[in-house]
Write a protein that binds this ligand. Sequence first.
Ligand SMILES: C[S@@+](CC[C@H](N)C(=O)[O-])C[C@H]1O[C@@H](n2cnc3c(N)ncnc32)[C@H](O)[C@@H]1O
Length: 309
Amino acid sequence: MMNPFIMPRSLITLRQSTSLRSKTGVSLFNVIQNIKFPSTITYKKPLILHDFVRHNSSGKWLNRQNSDQYTSQAKALKLRSRAAFKLLEIDDKFKLFSKKYPQNVLDLGFAPGAWSQVARGRSHKDSIILGVDILPCKPPRGVNAMQANILSRKTHKLIRFFFSRKVELNRHDDLHEEHGYFEHFQEESQLESQNNTALTENIVQQPIDLIMSDMLANTSGIATKDHYSSLDLCDAALIAACDLLKPGGNFICKFYTGKEDTLLEKKFKKVFHKVLRYKPQACRDESKETYMIGMRKRQNVDKVDVFSQ
Ligand SMILES: C[S@@+](CC[C@H](N)C(=O)[O-])C[C@H]1O[C@@H](n2cnc3c(N)ncnc32)[C@H](O)[C@@H]1O
């Protein structure tokens, strides 16, 4: 009989860039060039004890041990947090990354950066990954980052501009320091409306292949409150999906379960052909977090319709 505590060795490839050049060296964006991917890391999947936990009186202790194993494996592999294993599981199941062609990936709530590391390692070497977080965080190698609030409309515009490669977002860092980076963005918008013929024609309207949102507001411990603040973040991420995701693109979105789950699912169904809920084993059993996966974005999504009940 197979020993339940010995998992077969599972291999993933994590590739690390060895060359990174930030155009300004300032924290807002790191523009990565000449990325090389030489190394392969093999890791042993953490032991999965969940089945055992359910039938054992010392379940809590075992569950904690289980969590610790994810944490220590993450440390050993230089992954920035145990959250990496959640995305690895999600990708094992839904195959969202591809090594065959470059993808544009948006990682919402990317700090401290474990999901971005996984995205970098599991996608094509020419994939572009942008992490957005309200907190300042130096992105992992091969990943671009923006410190911004996803609940702001301007952040959505800035993300579009980043991917459309219309502007070099980093070049006015003095301006950024003095006035905030949106000044720069407004300047570009004005310029665009003045010359809106050639300029706007080239804007990529829906440039992103995959949006991942692992965003989480500070939890209060009050289940209903946490549920609703989580849904606000989901809505903001879903708006980004409506606006920026290519038809056929995919979406991973964390949410705290509660009584409005069905409403969230309904919205997802208006945007995606296939919608599934999935709770990776790496999530703590006691946690209310789970993930909604939207597969294959529909053509011509009507945002107003998505958000009207
Ligand atoms: C659970 S952590 C994400 C972990 C990350 N996926 C990783 O693998 O390292 C949730 C993140 O969401 C970010 N967040 C919360 N509210 C946000 C908002 N309004 N805009 C952008 N990021 C937000 C938090 O700052 C936090 O870093």
